[in-house]
Write a protein that binds this ligand. Structure first.
Ligand code: NAD
Length: 498
């Protein structure tokens, strides 16, 4: 059984505590290893090391920092299969889905490799007589990332390349449920030539997170995870004087107008609702067909598709979806389906109680399709984070827009239609951060930034892209006058052109 250790100063260490958490293979349900759970002493050691290693790194020319990202790109491409396998063994997602995660992470690495362009400052000559002003953006120091289980390589790689390229050093606290990918990410950076200590990894749960949030030498925290923890991290981190961006949970709706290509919409709902067993913050969990006829036709198409979905372990090349992350998640999702049924939803396809031959102890939930879901149901209000698609029938487009705008979350959404006017109106009125028009999972490319609205995000900055350049740097403006022989005497008024 493997033991996943912290990596501090480039070396694995069990750290200061005896605390351990089990790691499971979700497909078999068998324990595959343990992860050490760090405490304040481990965070202290990692932050002190990052602070020290960060001094030379911050002084390294941006082009040389970018060179590490260029070589990381090659390393990541060469080792993509290994990364995908590591993800799948602890997360459960299919190999192709895990490769997709690696590909999206690569985009961020490529963007970070162009950091020299983003760090170019601004210069104004003659802002006053013989006076010039320049501004540039400088690194913060040690920054931290706290990441969720569902993208154990991609979400760390949303943060680390941008934080490092802008000149910071980084302490990563990954999810304790699938922690091996984080150590592998560390090794990829090491192979790419990153000096030891510029990236440290400390495993753990609440104790490690609290120590990071309270640590005086941690200047900024990027968090991705569920909304209650995002809000907690934001509040506590801000109270400790840090810059915090905390991305939370989601309930993503897709409106299907009567003029939409329903075959295309049904395909899109399958992938966006059930890919990665619904464990994506951009998963579509609510389909909102407009009008009874559209709803009937959509449900008629979806029902056999959900029923015949191929579910299996990550190395089954036919599998379209794998297990969920833990036994607790499996039980919670099944309870949510039952609650929906109890509140009046029609269970058209029931994924409860699925047992897969040869994998009887795995954490499986079958694809589930609920019809006639209403806004007051728990199954609608709460994030399920499992392979459950709800159909909420709406009478009109305006009613559907109001529905989405009233939901506490605002991460992603989509509309399927051929009507350009409706699509344009939707994109402007909808209170959601990432919008797709006939695109079900509108995760922005790396040169735009990712971020939801409302209780799907706390803090002013989205993640990766141009927003990350701002989040991980602070502005410095230098105003310069060289002695020219002009002497104007002491000036007691506020400096101005007059
Ligand atoms: P989670 O909130 O349980 O855990 C996220 C991180 O917080 C982990 O590192 C965990 O160790 C830590 N943590 C957990 N409980 C804590 C506590 N009480 N105090 C301090 N730290 C704590 O999230 P998860 O289950 O790992 O991930 C799934 C959630 O993440 C879903 O809600 C999903 O929507 C969300 N998510 C959001 C985005 C986004 O970009 N908005 C992306 C991916 C996942």
């Amino acid at each position: 059984m493997s033991l996943v250790e912290h990596i501090i100063a480039g070396k694995p260490t069990t750290g200061s505590t005896d605390a351990r958490a089990p790691i499971f293979n979700p497909a078999t349900g068998a324990q595959s290893g343990e992860v050490v759970l760090g405490g304040a002493a481990d965070i202290d050691a990692a932050v002190a090391n990052s602070l020290e290693a960060g001094k030379a790194w911050a002084a390294t020319p941006p082009a040389k920092r970018a060179a590490v990202m260029f070589s990381l790109r090659e390393v990541l491409k060469r080792r993509a299969d290994e990364v995908a396998r590591t993800i799948s063994l602890e997360h459960g997602k299919t190999h192709d889905d895990a490769l997709g995660e690696v590909t999206r992470a690569l985009e961020v690495v490529e963007y970070a490799a162009g950091i020299t362009e983003k760090l170019k400052g601004e210069f104004s000559r003659n802002v006053g007589p013989g006076i010039d002003t320049c501004s540039d953006r400088q690194p913060l120091g040690v920054v931290a990332g706290i990441t969720p289980f569902n993208f154990p390589a991609m979400v760390p790689l949303w943060m680390i390349p941008m934080a490092l390229a802008t000149g910071n050093s980084f302490v990563l606290k990954p999810s304790e449920r699938d922690p091996s990918s984080a150590n592998l990410v560390h090794d990829l950076f090491e192979e790419a030539g990153l000096p030891a200590g510029v990236l440290n990894v400390v495993h753990g749960g609440k104790e490690a997170v609290d120590a990071l949030l309270d640590h005086r030498d941690v200047r900024a925290v990027s968090f991705v995870g569920s909304t209650p923890i995002a809000e907690y991290v934001y509040t506590r981190g801000c109270a400790a004087g840090k810059r915090v961006q905390a991305l939370g949970g989601a309930k993503n709706h897709m409106i299907i107008l009567p003029d939409a290509d329903l075959d295309q919409a049904a395909d899109a709902l399958m992938g966006a609702g059930f890919g990665s067993a619904g464990e994506r913050c951009m998963a579509i969990s609510v389909a909102v067909p407009i009008g009874e006829e559209t709803a009937d036709r959509l449900v008629e198409k979806l029902t056999p598709m959900v029923r015949s979905m191929k579910i299996g372990p990550h190395d089954d090349g036919e599998a379209q979806m794998g297990p969920v992350i833990t036994r607790e998640a499996q039980q919670r999702i099944e309870r949510m389906i039952s609650a929906g049924e109890g509140e009046g939803a029609e269970v058209l396809v029931d994924g409860r109680g699925l047992r897969l031959q040869g994998y009887e102890d795995g954490f499986w939930v079958g694809g589930t399709l609920l019809d006639r879901v209403t806004p007051d149901m728990t199954v609608y209000k709460e994030e399920i984070f499992g392979p459950v698609l709800s159909v909420l029938r709406s009478n009109s487009y305006d009613q559907a827009v109001d529905l989405i705008n009233s939901h506490e979350y605002g991460n992603g959404t989509a509309i399927f239609t051929r009507d350009g006017d409706a699509a344009r109106d939707f994109a402007s009125r909808i209170q959601v951060g990432m919008v797709g028009v006939n695109v079900p999972i509108p995760v922005p490319v790396a040169y735009h930034s990712f971020g939801g609205w409302k209780r799907s995000i706390f803090g002013a900055h989205g993640i990766y892209g141009p927003e990350a350049v701002h989040f991980y740097t602070r502005l410095k403006t230098v105003t310069t006058r060289w002695p020219t022989g002009i002497r104007s005497g002491a000036q007691f008024n506020f400096p101005s052109m007059n």
